[in-house]
Design a protein around this ligand. Structure first.
Ligand SMILES: Cc1cc2nc3c(=O)[nH]c(=O)nc-3n(C[C@H](O)[C@H](O)[C@H](O)COP(=O)(O)O)c2cc1C
Length: 469
């Protein structure tokens, strides 16, 4: 289904037409290098271009959550990339909320290490600026550095075993992860009250470390995302029928953070839709026979976005779905991880679903600066599709995830050459996801030799372990 055999962008457009999809693309990619002003309390923060690197976990932190050499290498590459926003990967707010024992985690003990990581990123960017003349510099200087803060909720795996900290019970999601229903727990309101305090502590640390902003991660089925769709969480301040209940945890944090940290940008990455339909998920109304979301009610999302705006949020990154359940919905692939089920729809449909909803959201909330997603599958044509949709105001900034693992310098190459190199692009093979599932450090297995070697070893070890089981 996802095979990518397009020799030209016109070939790709033939399929867009064949499937009757409303998708724009353009050769006029200069739009991607127009700066945009993000309003902040005392003026505006200029974002130098319209290309963002999405948060991409490398799972290479120490057991105490400190960045390692592999982490530094990644952020050096992202520094040199030229992207206007670099969204630092999911970083846990509490040890029990890590999705992997090697996920980054920021704490009082390692704040100096995070300062060091920012220094590495800044050095990368300085090197890029030093190597180029002034006309180039203006498009790449002062990128926005956002740290994504997370609690993995039902996907928590702080040690060698999973320990789901669910917002609500759901057997379908448990089954998808082979998680026995009796494992872990549903978090109490008291747990969530205390967790809010942890968020404030960590937001303070991110501020001190030198990030421009923090993302209260609200996507992909992790804790805050699951709360937004927790209709069936009963007798709780943080769940139930009303969006005021389901959104309370997120809004409480944003409200207080905006008051207490006046120099920090408070933002979030939020799902446009969940994998399960209401009352088991956020905004999704109906699934088809393959389990693909086909009808949506964005009312709750509009309410949340309005309230976030009232409390000072001006930048929102959008995503969708759940990486552990129907990953094709938010990260279209050519090959699913571990030869898993093929996508039941052509990736163009998955992309069109996201873009259609984003277009609608941006129309309702033109005052927000929004970030779109799902471009890596498009390979060398990603920038053309991104620019096409930005031109018609579907969103303001295009985020790239897997592409940044494969080809971190794509923004600079695009600026200089007007195209990106088809021999360096992400091929959406899902090997980075395989590494993640195996519990290894992760990166691009195809384009980065470090990870090709790691993959060979990790995969062999994984297979021999499986045989023994
Ligand atoms: C290995 C891997 C790690 C990821 N880590 C994060 C993360 O830390 N936070 C997040 O919000 N999304 C994460 N994502 C999702 C990406 O940010 C992005 O939404 C997704 O890959 C789709 O964009 P793309 O088509 O450009 O890759 C990750 C995806 C992969 C494959």
């Amino acid at each position: 289904m996802g095979n990518f055999s397009y020799k030209t962008i016109e070939d790709l457009h033939k399929d867009v037409k064949k499937y009757n999809l409303d998708l724009a693309f353009t050769d006029e990619i200069s739009l991607l290098f127009q700066p945009i002003q993000l309003p902040i309390r005392n003026g505006a923060h200029g974002i130098p271009n319209r290309l963002a690197i999405h948060p991409m976990e490398g799972f290479d932190a120490t057991e105490t959550g400190d960045p390692t050499q592999l982490t530094h290498d990644r952020y050096m590459r992202f520094g040199k990339s030229g992207a206007g926003i670099v969204w630092f990967e999911a970083t846990a707010v509490v040890p029990e909320g890590r999705s992997n024992p090697h996920q980054l985690m920021i704490s009082d003990q390692n704040i100096a290490k995070f300062k060091g990581l920012i220094k590495t990123f800044d050095e990368g960017r300085s090197q890029l600026l030093d190597q180029n003349d002034t006309s180039v510099k203006v498009h790449f200087q002062n990128p926005l550095k956002i740290l994504q803060l997370t609690h993995s909720g039902r996907y928590s795996k702080p040690g060698s075993e999973r320990y789901p900290l669910r917002a609500k019970l759901n057997s379908e999601l448990d089954t998808a992860m082979h998680i026995p229903p009796e494992s872990g727990e549903v978090v109490t309101d008291e747990y969530l009250d205390n967790l809010q305090e942890n968020y404030f502590d960590v937001i303070g640390l991110a501020n001190e470390a030198g990030f421009d902003g923090v993302d209260i991660k609200s996507c992909h089925g992790y804790l805050v995302s699951e709360l937004l769709g927790a209709y069936t969480r009963s007798s709780s301040l943080y769940g139930g029928e009303l969006i005021e209940q389901r959104g309370k945890f997120l809004l409480d944090i944003v409200k207080r953070a905006n008051k207490e940290f006046s120099d920090l940008i408070i933002t979030l990455r939020i799902n446009l839709f969940d994998v399960l339909a209401q009352p088991n998920g956020f905004t999704t109304k109906k699934l088809d026979e393959n389990g693909t979301p086909v009808a949506f009610d964005l009312e709750d999302l509009h309410v949340i976005l309005d309230q976030l705006y009232t409390h000072g949020v001006r930048l929102v990154s959008f995503s969708a779905g759940n990486p552990y359940f129907h990953p094709y919905l938010s990260r279209p692939f050519v090959q699913n991880a571990f030869n898993g089920p093929d996508s039941p729809e052509h990736p163009l449909f998955s992309y069109a679903r996201i873009i259609g909803l984003l277009r609608e959201v941006h129309r309702y909330h033109p005052q927000l600066i929004t970030i779109g997603t799902a471009y890596s599958w498009f390979r060398q044509y990603g920038p053309n599709f991104a620019a096409g949709e930005i031109a018609r105001n579907s969103f303001d900034i295009a985020g790239f995830g897997r592409m940044a693992f494969a080809y971190p310098q794509f923004p600079v190459d695009l600026f200089k050459n007007g195209i990106i190199d088809s021999r360096q692009v992400c091929i959406a093979c899902s090997k980075c996801s395989e590494l993640m599932r195996i519990g290894s450090v992760t990166g691009c297995v195809i384009r980065n030799n470090t990870y090709s070697k790691i993959y060979k070893e990790a995969y062999t070890e994984f297979q021999s372990k499986k045989k023994k089981e």
